[in-house]
Design a protein around this ligand. Sequence first.
Ligand SMILES: Cc1cc2nc3c(=O)[nH]c(=O)nc-3n(C[C@H](O)[C@H](O)[C@H](O)COP(=O)(O)OP(=O)(O)OC[C@H]3O[C@@H](n4cnc5c(N)ncnc54)[C@H](O)[C@@H]3O)c2cc1C
Length: 378
Amino acid sequence: MTDKKILIIGGGIIGLGIGWQLAKSGASVTIYDSAKAGRAASWAAAGMLAPLAEAHSEEPELLKLGTQSLACYPQWVEALEADAKMSVGYRVEGTLIVGLEPDDTHQLRHLYTAQQDLGLDVEWLTGREARAVESALSPRVTAAIRCATDYQVDNRLMVKALRRAYQVCGGVMHENSTIERIVVENGVATGVQTQTSFQAADILILAAGCWSAQIKGLPETIVPPVRPVKGQMLALQMEAGITVKNVIRTVRARYPTSVYLVPRADGRLIVGATSEEMGFDTRLTSGGVFELLRGAWEAVPGTYELPLLETWAGLRPGSRDNAPILGETPVENLIYATGHYRNGILLTPITAYEIAKLVLTGETSEIVAPFQLDRFLK
Ligand SMILES: Cc1cc2nc3c(=O)[nH]c(=O)nc-3n(C[C@H](O)[C@H](O)[C@H](O)COP(=O)(O)OP(=O)(O)OC[C@H]3O[C@@H](n4cnc5c(N)ncnc54)[C@H](O)[C@@H]3O)c2cc1C
């Protein structure tokens, strides 16, 4: 427990996750969100928990962080569902990465070799074996990698649950309340300026996703290098005869967009996503939606017949090296938890546990050391 007054800027999944952990420990926490909490990237995401499918040999520390966060999920979900009294749609059917023509198979092989070099528990499947696991797959599927431990959660349910659990545990929420400025005096963060007033705080946590660099008041050198990366998405309604159980990801060597299909327990099939450097533009484009529909149809031909329920776009908070920025800053009492890019849903438990630990004990675990802001300051 701490008697410090904690203020979190941003009520996305990261701010809510940290807020819940701190409120649960009995701390006094207030979250400010400029809109409705949990309705930005955290609502737009697909909810894949995919450290293996997303693994890159040049990012071993991120892989370790993702794997550890995934390992936290069962305990996290149990506690969250108990506090919020609702399900968050955590599913453990696993992931198939599929190729559809010889070029894709070469790319898949390359990925498989890299995953094996990293010691990951993945399995090579022929097209036939992949269809035996997921019968809705196209007869064109040439080969697949099975990542049996890459799971998924329904991120929209998870933010709803976190918002509820945070408030049940005594957390205070101010929505439609923009933080305009972080107030720093003599190298110490003392509070924030909202649209109407100054709010003092003992600890400030910046968790404003892709807007984290937009808030005024920070010394120029420590403005977090975070930018928006747009992703267009859509949802189909699965019907009798066309159901998917695993998360399916495509590798398309010759096309600009590989897609993923994420089946939800309520019958929605989430299809994503483009990756576009378009600033804060969240408009859908016909080309983006076309690529998603084409990619989904190629992997699972039955999607052609399915009702289109919804389209949307969100902004991933990408840092300069695409890894999160976690922990203390050169400004006293100011903590960063931002830049989670493509993996913020996966990384929510470890971020929340570690940032809460930092606030309560002044320490973090070794695993988050590589993700501090100081890597950009050197
Ligand atoms: C299309 C898409 C698909 C994705 N798929 C996955 C996936 O499958 N798996 C995965 O792990 N991750 C995925 N992600 C990434 C994940 O969604 C993000 O990394 C994560 O949601 C970031 O959470 P956040 O809380 O930092 O940001 P956000 O959810 O964007 O929340 C930031 C909050 O800060 C508030 N805010 C901004 N400025 C201010 C201010 N000045 N004052 C007060 N409040 C402010 C905003 O209103 C917002 O609510 C995806 C993202 C997108 C866009």
